[in-house]
Design a protein around this ligand. Structure first.
Ligand code: SAH
Length: 240
């Protein structure tokens, strides 16, 4: 555990993120809980605590480098959160965020509820339903300042699943890899149909790893046409 704590300390310093002792302890507890439940619930592809910490949690925190986002008092929706990534690390680092997490699989939602209690995180909602369905609910549609998704699908697919939740003028940020530019190119029609535009692509180095994450920042310009998102499964099967 001590070693893990050093990795966290060095890693967050590398990213320029400051955390209190209590926030660090919460992150390390989250790593342990994710690792324990991982095998039975298939929460993440990462096999070791260090990989969960570096590739899952520190990767989540790269978004704190985005200058256009303040992460203070804003409402954030994390769609397809799985075991709580990136939502939970961002909420630990920026406690004033009003976090809502969407996850379609019931057993993952149960893990999220237990984990939020264990971490003492308040003001977080877990919605156990597909995004395609929730996005048509008036209390959720166009209600969020920020939306995000990580490892949920291609950009064009994820845009349809997430931007309907965003208020006009709100911002979406997506965690992408080397293919980010190609995905943006392929999402041209989706961006047009959904009245969104890409503001920036920002590459952030991941501590202790050679790979980089590309954060794609998208702005919503006008309301989403009522027919989007299409029925469950269609955004993936026939992406815009
Ligand atoms: N964001 C997490 C998990 C990625 S796996 C991480 O980075 O580790 C994608 C998750 O999205 C899975 O848990 C899956 O159950 C969920 N999911 C996939 N499609 C969804 C949809 N349409 N609505 C809600 N959740 C969805």
């Amino acid at each position: 555990m001590d070693n893990l704590k050093n990795v966290l300390r060095e890693g967050r310093a590398f990213l320029g993120v400051s955390l209190s002792e209590e926030q660090e302890e919460r992150i390390l507890l989250f790593v342990r809980l994710l690792n324990e439940a991982n095998r039975s619930l298939n929460l993440t592809g990462f096999k070791t605590e260090e990989d969960i910490l570096v590739e899952g949690i520190l990767d989540s925190l790269t978004a704190l480098a985005l200058e256009d986002l303040v992460f203070v008092g804003e409402s954030l929706l994390d769609v397809g959160t799985g075991g709580g990534i990136p939502g939970i690390p961002l909420k630990i680092a920026r406690p004033s965020l009003k976090l809502t997490m969407v996850e379609a699989t019931a057993k993952k939602c149960r893990f999220l509820e237990t984990t939020l209690r264990a971490l003492g995180l308040e003001d977080v909602d877990v919605l156990c339903e597909r995004a395609e369905t929730l996005a048509h609910h008036p209390s959720l549609r166009e209600r969020f300042d920020l939306v995000t998704a990580r490892a949920l699908g291609s950009l064009r697919e994820v845009l349809e699943l997430t931007t309907p939740f965003l208020r006009c003028g709100g911002l979406a940020f997506y965690y992408k890899g080397r293919e980010a530019e190609k995905e943006v190119e392929e999402a041209r029609k989706a961006l047009e149909v959904l009245h969104c535009s890409v503001r920036t692509l920002q590459e952030v180095a991941i501590p202790f790893r050679s790979r980089k994450t590309t954060l794609v920042l998208v702005e919503k310009k006008a309301p989403t046409p009522p027919s989007y998102p299409r029925r469950p499964g269609i955004p993936k099967k026939r992406p815009l």
